[in-house]
Design a protein around this ligand. Structure first.
Ligand code: NAD
Length: 320
């Protein structure tokens, strides 16, 4: 009997590939789009991360394709509509990086509080900068959340362990969640800006959240407050943030995401009170292993005729 064939087009955890190999014929190879168009007809499934795009032109040639796996959360590199039209499941691993990204946000909170990057740079430069590196404690400080789903709620747990008071603006969460988490529900976004010592963003980028933080919102913040964005670039207006930081209207910002990525240049890079990283919020060994294993399992379920747990077009496919 012909074995079911899976193409692993971007490298995923070896443990995930090994598991798939027990039941399927697995090929690990990275192809360019034009090569993929030529070979895709052999495969029942393809697994990618973010390096390989699966556009309509590839999907149309995938006559045996039943499932496309994305080891990670975002499926921007896959034409989901084309897949749905062809009855192909698009599965992913939305929970794989939750803890990792929560820890990244908390890393920024702590690094900014203790000016750790300046401390590192100045100490190594021989300045022994003890006097002007006065930090601040997290204990009893207010941490304001904009959006508090999977990642935000993990940040809440870590903040509470540090004795912080968590206040949350998330109009889409049911009221009982706030009580359950031991947090305060804030209905007016301005209150988050006015009351918080730290603001952390964990909302999705949507038409509603794009540029939701501009000059006016930043002007409501305390001069000692910090803002952290490990969600998506574009939620904070970068020109407005540049102005607030360079005029020292706020104390600092921690940014893992930018309005244009890769961000080789950005006005925020030249500032001393901005701490930045290249969208590495999900980049830990553990998250990558989890993403590979969860996605491989979703692909396995589909190929075995079962219902996947994490599938972005399940409802649309159900309607067909
Ligand atoms: P989630 O869907 O579990 O949570 C998002 C929350 O945002 C929800 O509770 C939703 O109600 C809320 N929300 C939506 N619109 C809002 C609005 N207008 N105002 C306030 N809240 C609003 O998502 P998640 O998995 O927790 O991811 C959160 C963010 O982190 C997303 O933007 C995601 O893209 C980003 N992310 C970043 C990285 C990274 O590498 N830095 C990795 C993974 C996810």
């Amino acid at each position: 009997m012909l074995k079911i064939k899976i193409l692993v087009a971007d490298s995923i955890a070896a443990s995930a590939v090994e598991k798939l190999k027990k039941e399927f014929d697995v090929t690990e190879h990275h192809y360019s789009i034009s090569e993929l168009i030529e070979v895709i007809e052999q495969y029942d499934a393809v697994i990618v991360r973010s390096a390989t795009n699966i556009p309509q032109t590839v999907i149309e040639r995938g006559i045996k394709l039943k499932v496309i796996g994305r080891a990670g959360v975002g499926v921007d590199n896959i034409d989901v509509e084309a897949a749905t039209n062809q009855g192909i499941y698009v599965v992913n691993s939305p929970l794989a990086s939750t803890i990792t990204v929560a820890e990244m946000a908390f890393t920024f909170i702590m690094a900014l509080s203790r000016k750790i990057i300046d401390a590192n740079n100045e100490t190594k430069a021989g300045n022994w900068p003890k006097k002007h590196l006065m930090g601040s404690e997290l204990f009893k400080k207010t941490l304001g959340f904009i959006g508090c789903g999977r990642i935000g709620s993990e940040v809440v747990k870590r903040a509470q362990a540090f004795g912080m008071n968590c206040i949350i603006y998330d109009p889409y969460l049911p009221q009982e969640i706030f009580q359950k988490m031991g947090t305060e529900q804030i209905m007016d976004l301005d209150e988050i800006f006015a009351r918080s010592d730290y603001i952390t963003i964990h909302a999705l980028l949507t038409d509603e959240t794009r540029n939701m933080i501009g000059d006016r919102e930043l002007s409501l913040m305390k001069p000692t407050a910090f803002i952290i964005n490990c969600a998506r670039g574009g939620i904070i207006n970068e020109q407005a943030l540049y102005k607030a930081l360079s005029d020292e209207k706020i104390a600092g910002a921690g940014l893992d995401v930018f309005s244009e990525e890769p961000a080789k240049k950005n006005i925020l890079f030249g500032l001393k009170n901005s701490y930045v990283s290249p969208h590495i919020g999900a980049s830990t060994v553990e998250a990558q292993i989890r993403a590979g294993e969860i996605t491989a399992e979703q692909v396995r379920l589909v190929l075995k005729g079962k219902r996947p747990e994490f599938c972005v077009n399940l409802h649309e496919l159900d309607k067909k």
